[in-house]
Design a protein. Structure first.
Length: 93
């Protein structure tokens, strides 16, 4: 099971929008049971060592893959975000 962290600056508003859209996609793709999703701030994610990858609406640079979630807010390029997330979930399984 992959652990995904959804984050934004404050850990509330934009990450919640991204989380809802991502959960809808994962349900449609029958992938929701393959992940554990946490939500929080960019500062919080930097203290975690149990994350497989991050989906963030704010810039963050870590030693795990980071998917830029801004397209989930604008709708422009959201398909690429979903494709990247799906590939990261299925990688190594």
């Amino acid at each position: 099971m992959k652990h995904i962290m959804i984050c934004c600056g404050a850990g509330v508003a934009t990450s919640t929008v991204a989380l809802n859209k991502l959960q809808d996609f994962l349900k449609k793709e029958d992938l929701l049971s393959k992940v554990r999703i946490s939500q929080g701030t960019v500062a919080e994610v930097k203290t975690r060592d149990d994350i497989d990858f991050i989906v963030s609406t704010s810039p963050v640079s870590l030693n795990v893959p980071v998917v830029n979630a801004l397209p989930l807010l604008t709708g422009i390029g959201a398909d690429k975000v979903f494709t990247n997330v799906k590939e990261l979930i299925l990688a190594g399984s």
